[in-house]
Design a protein around this ligand. Structure first.
Ligand SMILES: [Zn+2]
Length: 210
């Protein structure tokens, strides 16, 4: 099946609409101030599902509103459910100068932003496909490290959406913020093991390699 992937830029964060023509899913939802922009893009499709790479505000904040508006579930990994109670249940650290700056800016907002646990939620895990939502060639992969329940999507055999497991602030590579750096290193190798794909990041432009 042929899919189109549309990047929606909301400030520094990205979300993505994956469509087979008429139907679509959205991977991440950007932060609150981007709601109208995200809705405008979604309105071009018959929306089937919202998938969250992980529930930090810059990926999650519009999920509940979109879920209610389109009457569709929000899929995420149960291992991140505790972030809805308190983001500090999985505190973030960083490496490098880029990581230091990003973390400093993020923490200010993370601390004061309470993300709403979606009412219509669906737990997904490694190996699940989205065939029930019309996308049999999209598969969930667990990418722990940034958060312990971070997930990505393998799309056909040539694309992967990685959330914050990798990022491309300046150049593409392992994500600069982590809950568990050893897990994130293993995740980075796991992503490499899928072979050559186009990489879509939570932050930064897509690339053909990393
Ligand atoms: Zn994050």
């Amino acid at each position: 099946m042929k899919y189109t992937i549309t990047q929606i830029k909301g400030g520094t964060d990205n979300c993505y609409i994956i469509s087979n023509g008429a139907d679509a899913i959205i991977f991440d939802t950007a932060s609150g101030e981007n709601l109208q922009h995200v809705k405008d893009e979604c309105s071009k499709y018959n929306m089937k599902l919202i998938v969250l790479s992980h529930p930090h505000f810059d990926h999650e904040e519009n999920a509940e509103e979109l879920s209610k508006h389109y009457r569709i579930p929000v899929a995420y990994n149960e291992k991140d459910d505790n972030i809805f109670d308190d983001y500090n249940s999985q505190p973030l650290k960083s490496y490098g100068i880029v990581g230091f700056v990003v973390l400093k800016l993020s923490l200010k907002v993370l601390a004061k932003t309470k993300v709403a646990r979606p009412e219509n939620r669906l737990f997904v895990k490694e190996g699940d496909t989205l065939k029930d939502y019309g996308f049999p060639d999209i598969k969930v992969v667990e990418l722990p490290g940034h958060s312990m329940g971070s997930i990505g999507l393998l799309v056909s055999d040539d694309v992967i959406l990685v959330g914050d497991a990798l990022d491309n602030w300046i150049k593409p590579g392992m994500g600069h913020l982590y809950t568990d750096i050893e897990a994130l290193k293993m995740t980075t190798e796991k992503i490499r093991s899928y072979g050559k794909r186009t990489y879509y990041y939570g932050h930064g432009k897509p690339t053909e390699k990393f």
